[in-house]
Design a protein around this ligand. Structure first.
Ligand code: ADP
Length: 402
């Protein structure tokens, strides 16, 4: 029997999953991938072969109230029916916040769940949804090994100064500091950079994860030394619906003068801002690009996005003391030719020259000339979760054997 691992990435109404074979001592191998969406309403399940060919799908009517627990149990039973020579050995989870306690993946037990629950106030829109499947598995598949892999962990290499806000000391002592997110994505980029350019992997690199959420990470010899997201996933770049960095005074103005409740202000900053808020049209870059010529607000939203990316790159170049390479990843970074070319055009001062044909072709290298290099590298956060889960489980095996 080949042991298999399920990797779960759970959101409020969706669960993305991947299933990996875990051959002894080698890289986990993707077998199936898919998702449940519309959970709690009209749910829909799709599963594909690793190569992308559709394998199975199913829909549930809105009245069936098919939720997260139903989805997980459905997935486990689907696996049992299709696993041929495989057996479910463990589940790896994406968890957005590991706080100060976890700088690496952790095997889940009751104490870990309790610790992760205390971090819910730090990531109220993500952490509860990440923890829910962990609790469901503990309840319904008692004894199943589970590993939590954190978006914050990769940034724990940052210096004390890089993670500090200029707030009173007691705030820092109560966990108010910069954590940083998208760490699973940056971990993947750092892990594969050597395959693209061994010299660059040891150099000063800025990775730009531009998706619905967006951030930048400064990598020095593969380690995170600074990032644009901070205490929460709101900070830094404007995103699909999140504002990115705003003056904290704006929040007090919203509360005191505009009479928004804290919940209303939070909703504005997380769900009504960013590309959607500025354009008044969409959070989807494809829609904005299609309308930019005729719609001035769509153009402004894109221009602000590009301007903020290049300004923050300037700040990270200063933190790194120079730049050897820039990597684009995430839905926009991997697919939007125009965003890449607009960003690189604004970085001529740093010595970047765009190779337009390579950019149109999607890379991997999209720069030319002697200056710093620019790249498009598709991210793979699920593979990082699979790798981290295998190594945490391997360490447990070794401990049990000794
Ligand atoms: P998430 O952060 O939710 O994982 P993704 O990384 O999938 O999101 O990125 C979603 C974003 O990628 C959306 O803004 C979408 O418009 C953008 N995107 C996806 N494909 C393209 C494309 N071909 N051209 C431009 N933008 C794209």
């Amino acid at each position: 029997m080949i042991p298999v691992l399920i990797v779960l990435n759970a959101g409020s109404s969706s669960v993305k999953f991947q299933v990996y074979d875990m051959p002894d001592g080698t890289e986990p191998r993707l077998v199936w991938k898919g998702f449940y969406e519309g959970l709690g309403g009209a749910a829909h399940f799709v599963v594909r072969h690793a190569g992308g060919v559709d394998l199975d799908e199913k829909s549930w009517a809105p009245g069936e109230e098919f939720g997260h627990e139903d989805a997980l149990m459905h997935l486990v039973s689907w696996l049992r029916q299709h696993q041929e020579g495989r057996s479910l050995a463990a589940i790896g989870h994406r968890v957005v916040h590991g706080g100060e306690a976890y700088s690496s993946p952790v095997l889940v037990d009751e104490a870990v769940i309790q610790k992760l629950e205390t971090l819910v106030p730090l990531a109220p829109l993500h952490q509860p949804h990440n923890l829910e499947p962990i609790k469901i598995v503990r309840r319904r598949l008692s004894g199943m090994p589970q590993v939590a892999c954190f978006d914050t962990a990769f940034h724990q290499t940052q210096s004390d100064i890089a993670s500090l806000f200029a707030l009173p000391r007691e705030m820092r002592e109560r966990g108010v500091r910069r954590y940083g997110f998208h760490g699973l994505s940056y971990n993947y980029i750092a892990s594969v950079l050597r395959d693209y350019d061994p010299h660059l992997a040891e150099g000063r690199v800025i990775a730009a994860h531009l998706g619905n959420g967006a951030s930048l990470c400064a990598l020095d010899n593969g380690a995170s030394i600074a990032t644009t997201m901070g205490f929460s996933a709101l900070d830094g770049l404007p995103m699909g619906t999140r504002c990115g960095a705003v003056d904290a005074g704006v929040v007090f103005y919203m509360l005191r003068e505009m009479k928004l409740s804290p919940e209303e202000a939070e909703r504005v900053l997380y769900t009504k801002s960013g590309l959607l808020g500025v354009s008044g049209l969409s959070n989807d870059m494809r829609v904005l690009r299609a309308n930019a010529a005729a719609n001035a607000d769509a153009r402004r939203a894109i221009d602000l996005f590009v301007y903020r990316i290049t300004r923050e790159i300037g700040s990270l170049v200063a933190a790194l003391g120079g730049i050897d390479g820039l990597v684009f990843t995430g839905g926009i970074g991997e697919n939007d030719v125009a965003t890449r070319s607009e960003v690189i055009a604004r970085l001529a001062w740093a010595g970047f020259t765009l190779d337009e044909a390579a950019n149109r072709a999607g890379g991997p290298r999209i720069s030319s000339g002697p200056g710093p290099t620019a790249w498009v590298i598709p991210t793979n956060e699920e593979l990082v979760i699979a790798r981290q889960s295998c190594s945490a489980l391997g360490a447990r095996q070794a401990k049990l054997a000794s």
